[in-house]
Design a protein around this ligand. Sequence first.
Ligand code: CTP
Ligand code: MG
Length: 230
Amino acid sequence: MGEVAAVVPAAGSGSRMETGIKKQFLPLAGVPVLGRALRIIEACRLVGSIVIVVSPGDETYCSAIAGELGLSKVAAIIPGGKERQDSVYNGLLALSASTGTVVIHDGARPLLSPKELEEVIKAAGEQGAATTAVPVKDTVKLAGKDGFVSRTLPRNRLWLTQTPQAFRYEIILKAHRRAREQNFTGTDDAGLVEHMGLPVKIVPGSYENIKITTPEDLVVAEAIIKARGQ
Ligand code: CTP
Ligand code: MG
């Protein structure tokens, strides 16, 4: 898998959270959301360096969080772009040319497990591209424009995609470059690799690895942290 670098997009505005402080900087049981994610990534023995992507102007604040947690693998804190895809692209360009594998993890997901992080990196080393995901619990229906059910999708084949996602560096760089050329916007990085026609391996993730998006997610996250004794 070569040298492994992590890219952590944290340059969003958190508009659905509707708080004064951006959600990635909100404290969860005393530690900022982003800090919790970074702490797990830092502790992964496979990861050699971390590039954090923040909104222009948030670099110093982010650097203080990394300093307070004593993180030693942060190689750069760089400005993001308009969309998540732009922020990740900036992060990819900031990696050293000797990078073999890239793991991408949202700064808004503080509860990833060390195990899923390691497994998705290993899967990318073997398969080229991999995403963590969990099986859907509810039955998913496809709706028609008329508001009626068009059909019921086969539940045993449906997965909810999360980050971390990991890729061989040259594959994800090419996928992002091609998406930009074609004005293609995906909702995740694996989607850009799929768009190139390349396979993406599914690595089972965890239902606890929620993305902090709306205020009730904070309540759930605090409860998970308490149950874990963290
Ligand atoms: N992100 C980013 N750059 C952007 C937009 C999003 O780096 N231009 C990051 C977010 O900080 C977050 C991750 O991508 O870590 C997932 O995005 P999302 O949950 O949508 O966060 P926000 O865009 O901040 O929230 P919202 O969509 O509610 O505004
Ligand atoms: Mg967003």
